[in-house]
Design a protein around this ligand. Structure first.
Ligand code: ZN
Length: 118
């Protein structure tokens, strides 16, 4: 087995990456240099995914579940929604409620004796 090369306090693998040992719970410390480069700080959410047989670690950047936007986000049931999409949902919901209420009032007026003109 080829051992990583020691350099300072770290070990460097064949491909030039920092080599760290995984613990029994599957945890690996992301090197400070990589954390700084990605702007990752204590408490940040980290996304891991498999890509072509590799584990990719990126800082989790929430986006709107509807449009993919990343400004003025709120979280609802573990999904993010932006201010614009909240506005669009309110508008559609309001329109549907108004249409429904209008239809009911119209039917009640007809029932009460109003005469439809067209
Ligand atoms: Zn949105």
């Amino acid at each position: 087995m080829v051992q990583p090369e020691e350099r300072g306090n770290d070990q460097i693998g064949r491909m030039g990456g920092v080599v760290r040992r995984m613990d029994q719970l599957g945890r690996v410390v992301v090197p400070a240099e990589a954390r700084r480069a990605l702007g990752i700080r204590h408490g940040d959410l980290i996304e891991t995914r498999l890509e072509s047989g590799r584990v990719v670690i990126v800082k989790y950047e929430p986006v709107c579940a509807f449009c993919g936007g990343d400004e003025k986000l709120i979280e609802l049931n573990d999904k993010c929604v932006c201010n614009d999409c909240v506005g669009a949902l309110v508008e559609k919901t309001s329109r549907a409620l108004i249409d429904d209420a209008s239809a009911r009032v119209y039917e009640e007026l007809i029932h009460a004796g109003a005469t439809p003109i067209r």
